[in-house]
Design a protein around this ligand. Structure first.
Ligand code: GLN
Length: 492
């Protein structure tokens, strides 16, 4: 048995039964990273010494019975926009330099409490802005299924690392699809939770009203266990919801009797690749076999979602990123004349092109004279989008949709045409605008051998339903067990 092929939960069980030691698992992952990172560049920072020391400490806690959770001892990696105390957190940007946060994000604390062993920090699009993980200051991540293709983004490092068996699960963030879309391109399962259920304290903000942290793993069951560990009210995040939304893992039983699932016709219109369409629609048959009622429905918002998302996301980004000025932390340009020149030089040299494009766009839509025409209008359309989902969820428990219009494009293809890249977010961004839970799961390979993902979207706090359906699907299919052949890949 190759322990790297186990699900996170299966590894957790093997560790509890003393069939595998935490150190053994950690060493296996570190070896896998050493073998793969030169090719796929999924990690910005690898922490071999810290991980092995942590593995020994976790093993002691397991041995003395103080750590018994399902993820105790299971190694993972964290996207590089989530703060890890004393460990470089770069957002894949030059401007943060070697910034080492003096504190842990709530996520990091919760993962530690669950017995996680952190292997390192994962590559991403700079400041999580992008759909391909090509805008990283540390170079692009490549898709383990074909090294000539992108892994998706912005949590491309997270999806690639899980797909390439470099860790058992990863933590990403999703502002407009950044967990679901790379999960889809790399053939893993990823969940963007309901807004407010996972604390954003210590997540470096992109667009605060849309950002949510969530898991990428091999299975829906793994994602349920991870969500159980990381969710919950946090007084340090003003948008954190009251309550406890755990107990997800225990609720998965494979039974979908009476569950009503809608397939929005608008999501399967022009612009969707025919193979992707066929594979996503085939998911419906499997879900029917488990007792669900699946039928076509309507979600008449598709032409509005991308412009609305980009106006709101860029507006918030332009405000959030004003703090990176070379004064408080991170990198500072040299040879400045005065304070204004310090700001100018640092920001000019420290941010990449895509980040600058969004700061400009965001500043524009917030400026006097354009605020009403763009930003206020976008907020109004956002309310219309939320109402359309409310109407759909009055009739259905879940919606079945594509994750992206195509499978993973070749490296370089999207960089030449940012607008085209923005349009490829059409199936994911509405879920963030409405604050809803969404899951991406593998549903087959296309003719090029690249993974296709299907998306399940639920009502607010409907994670349980989303995971239940995905788990039922994975009980009857084995797409989630397919793994890329190492070192196989297209021309670079
Ligand atoms: N691709 C989208 C964007 O660039 C989503 C990114 C994300 O979810 N962080 O904004």
């Amino acid at each position: 048995m190759d322990i790297l092929d186990l699900s996170a939960l299966a590894l957790g069980r093997a560790i509890q039964k003393r069939e595998v030691s935490v150190e053994e698992a950690t060493r296996a992952a570190l070896d896998a990273i050493e073998g793969a990172n030169g090719q796929n560049n999924a990690f910005i920072t690898v922490l071999p010494d810290e991980a092995l020391a942590r593995a020994a400490a976790v093993q002691r806690q397991i041995d003395d019975g103080t750590l018994t959770g399902p993820l105790a001892g299971v190694p993972l990696a964290i996207k590089d926009n989530i703060c890890t105390k004393g460990v470089k957190t770069s957002c894949a940007s030059k401007i943060l330099g070697d910034f080492k946060p003096p504190y842990d994000a709530t996520l990091t604390e919760k993962i530690t409490a669950a017995g996680g062993v952190v292997l390192g920090k994962l590559n991403m699009d700079e400041f999580a802005m992008g759909s391909t993980s090509e805008t990283s200051y540390y170079g692009p991540t490549r898709n383990p299924w074909d090294l000539g293709r992108v892994p998706g983004g912005s949590s491309g490092g997270a999806a690639a690392a899980v797909a390439a068996r470099e860790c058992w699960y990863a933590i990403g963030s999703d502002t407009g699809g950044s967990i679901r879309q790379p999960a889809s391109y790399c053939g893993v399962t990823g969940v963007k939770p309901t807004y407010g259920t996972v604390s954003r304290y210590g997540l470096i903000a992109y667009a605060s009203s849309l950002d949510q942290i969530g898991p990428l793993a091999r299975t829906a069951e793994d994602c349920a266990a991870i969500l159980d560990a990381i969710q919950g009210r946090d007084a340090r995040d003003g948008t954190s919801l009251e309550g406890d939304y755990g107990g997800l893992l225990a609720s998965l039983d494979g039974n979908l009797d009476g569950m009503r699932i809608g397939i929005p016709a608008e999501c399967f219109a022009d612009g969707l690749d025919a193979e992707v369409s066929r594979r996503v629609l085939a998911v419906a048959d499997v879900l029917r076999g488990r007792g669900a009622v699946v039928e076509e429905c309507t979600l008449p918002i598709m032409e509005y979602v991308v412009p609305t998302y980009y106006i709101i996301a860029c507006a918030e980004a332009s405000s959030n990123l004003s703090r990176f000025d070379g004064v408080k932390y991170g990198w500072r340009a040299e040879g400045y004349r005065d304070l204004t020149d310090l700001y100018n030089k640092t920001r000019t040299e420290g941010f990449g092109d895509e980040v600058k494009r969004r700061i400009l766009l965001g500043t524009f839509v917030l400026s006097t004279g354009y605020y009403d025409a763009y930003y206020r209008k976008a907020l109004q359309v956002k309310a219309v989008i939320q109402q359309a989902f409310d109407r759909a969820f009055a009739r259905y428990d879940l919606l079945l949709m594509p994750v992206a219009p195509t499978t993973a494009p070749r490296l370089g293809e999207s960089l030449s045409d940012p607008l085209q890249m923005y349009l490829s977010d059409i199936y994911t961004v509405s879920v963030n605008l409405a604050g809803l839970p969404g899951l991406s799961m593998p549903c087959g390979l296309d003719g090029k051998g690249m993974p296709v993902g299907a998306q399940l979207v639920g009502p607010a706090l409907g994670e349980g339903k989303v995971l239940r359906a995905a788990h039922a699907f994975q009980l009857d299919t084995d797409y989630h067990t397919l793994r890329p052949q190492a070192a196989e890949g297209g021309a670079h």
